[in-house]
Design a protein around this ligand. Structure first.
Ligand SMILES: [Zn+2]
Length: 468
């Protein structure tokens, strides 16, 4: 929603907010489920049963088209290919991909315009923002095909979980990062309805011991088939059920956006009496992977992109060896990302899944472990929801969130050259909107960010003991 729609939303009564959410979802429908969505959904339904070699042949054909398109219409790639004396004809398939230099997050940040295809109208290009938990926001561009393909992949994930997404879909309770309930609201309802998609949207910002019984009353009325959210949020809900010795049976729990730990999966499955179906996707839309009902690892959506796992030098590692995950989109003509390096680690498996699908297998993806924040009023805040205020600010070169006590959150920040006071104001406003007026948010400019003794970077650090 834009700023004015958000203001209108915040002023509206609960019934009005439900109406706005439903109307907004109707508007988004065309972007997500219109155009070639049906064609991609049918392709994915058929292609999951192709053999691995048929899937590779499909990928190679799309890859050759993507590379030719990039060379002919994207200034960045023309220059990069010419610089390495490469021609599109040198890339016959994915085995030739290592000839192309890796594309880093920094490349995309500093060459956004040169990465845009001159063949695609600038106004028709959609943009997406991400910061994940890297602390460095990034903007990427994509065309309509990319979005339809991404929703077709999500639709398949729901189908594998025995559920239906979108129109005529199942009843879905969603616990993700959008601020759908004003933070100063102290009494239920801490949820809103998107009737268009049969969704009960649960606020991720009011999860305290005191409020949780109300959440379960709303869930009991709504009777969801599916609970879809961050693993850390679903874990908070499941731990609450556990503390009361209760269960809440549903058909499937769907998780994404954070590492799903075994201890979380166990409690969620035990308390919701269902299996957890995890999927992995990126805002850069180069890789999508998901668990089927055998839960033997993630199937890579090979129709969506080409994935590689590489070592520190950018060389592909052998199956079973952990490395950096690298992805190439096969459908994004607006801003083709070729060999884009993610910040996540995994390994590829050679052993196929017992379900018989030809889609390659990958181990669970390890993103970095972040802390949950515990606030004074007992609310638990998932690290993923804190990424949202940072997403549009690609003038930030690095950031880190440190909670020093239940009422103080410090944002350490390395500003880029175009960073201004207005960006600090935006961060304080947006973080306060999520954490509450009684939490003091302080922004500190720093030259470098704190690393753990292991050398790993942690984006959210909390010094407050977890309240569950
Ligand atoms: Zn499988």
């Amino acid at each position: 929603m834009n700023r004015y729609a958000t203001q209108l939303y915040n002023l509206a009564p609960v019934w009005g907010q439900n109406l706005i959410l439903t109307g907004y979802s109707t508007l988004l429908d065309r972007e997500r489920y219109g155009g070639r969505f049906g064609e991609f959904r049918d392709l994915l339904e058929k292609a999951e049963w192709y053999s691995e070699s048929e899937l590779i042949a499909y990928q190679d054909e799309r890859l050759r088209a993507t590379v030719a398109h990039a060379y002919n219409t994207v200034p960045f790639y023309r220059q990069r290919f010419d610089g390495c004396k490469l021609k599109p004809a040198d890339i016959r398939g994915q085995e030739d991909l290592p000839k192309i230099p890796l594309l880093t997050r920094e490349d995309v940040r500093s060459h956004f315009d040169e990465l845009r295809s001159r063949d695609v109208d600038r106004n028709s290009m959609k943009t997406g923002h991400t910061s994940g938990t890297t602390g460095t926001p990034l903007t990427v561009g994509y065309d309509a095909n990319t979005i339809w393909m991404a929703y077709a992949a999500l639709d398949r994930h729901y189908r594998w979980a025995g559920c239906r997404l979108a129109n005529d879909g199942d009843r879905i309770a969603v616990a993700r990062g959008n601020v759908i309930v004003p933070l100063d609201q102290k009494r239920p309802p801490f949820w809103r309805m998107n009737r268009r998609h049969n969704q009960l949207l649960l606020s991720s910002f009011h999860l305290s011991k005191q409020n949780l019984p109300g959440y379960f009353e709303a869930l009991a009325c709504f009777k969801p088939a599916v609970l879809d959210g961050y693993p850390s949020t679903l874990y908070v809900l499941a731990k609450f059920l556990q503390s009361r010795g209760e269960t809440f049976p549903i058909r499937a729990a769907i998780t994404s956006s954070e590492t799903l730990y075994d201890f979380q999966r166990e409690v969620i499955e035990e308390r919701f009496k269902c299996r957890v179906f995890d999927y992995y996707a990126l805002a850069e839309r180069v890789i999508f992977s998901s668990e089927c009902d055998r839960h033997e690892g993630h199937h890579l959506a090979m129709e969506y992109g080409v994935s590689e796992v590489v070592d520190g030098e950018g060389r592909p590692v052998s199956s079973g060896t952990v490395g950096k995950l690298v992805g190439t989109s096969l459908h994004n003509n607006a801003m083709p990302l070729i060999r884009y390096v993610t910040s996540d680690m995994t390994s590829v498996r050679t052993k196929p899944c017992s379900c018989g699908r030809g889609l390659r297998m990958m181990d669970d993806v390890t993103t970095k472990a972040e802390d949950l924040l515990t606030l004074k009023d007992g609310r638990l805040i998932s690290p993923s929801v804190l990424t949202h205020p940072f997403k549009p600010l690609d003038c930030i070169e690095g950031s880190q969130i440190v909670q020093t006590d239940p009422q103080t959150v410090i944002v350490r920040l390395i500003p880029g050259p175009t960073y201004t006071q207005a960006h600090t104001d935006h961060l304080i406003t947006e973080l306060t909107a999520r954490l509450g007026a009684d939490v003091k948010v302080e922004v500190q400019m720093v030259d470098q960010l704190e690393q753990k003794s292991s050398g790993k970077f942690k984006w959210v650090i909390s010094h407050v003991p977890l309240g569950i």
